[in-house]
Design a protein around this ligand. Sequence first.
Ligand SMILES: [Zn+2]
Length: 121
Amino acid sequence: MSDMLVVKAKLKDVCKGFNVAGDLAEALSAKVGAAVEDAVKRADSNGRKTVMGKDVPFCFACSAKHEESLIVKAKLKEAAKGANVAGDLAENLNCYAHGLLKGACERAESNQRKTVMAKDL
Ligand SMILES: [Zn+2]
């Protein structure tokens, strides 16, 4: 898919010890896309034309360093539908994506599966 917002090749690095199902990247991309849309709405309701990291409400409590950058930055502008994109947006979306993957791996594990699937997100 050309409008993928996440780097598919890196999912396996993040989901260490798991296999990654073919549908995971697309589902994760869709969730990141929805988070961008929400962030745009939040910026807009605050009278801003620039979407910022703080408009992604999932990462305030996270102090983890995420080594793998999962977000395709070049696609964010398009996903933000013309809004300006602040430099820290990709960073917070990356945190959000990492959080989703962590939860998905935990769900797969609790179901005793070695493969993480879209439905685990
Ligand atoms: Zn984080």
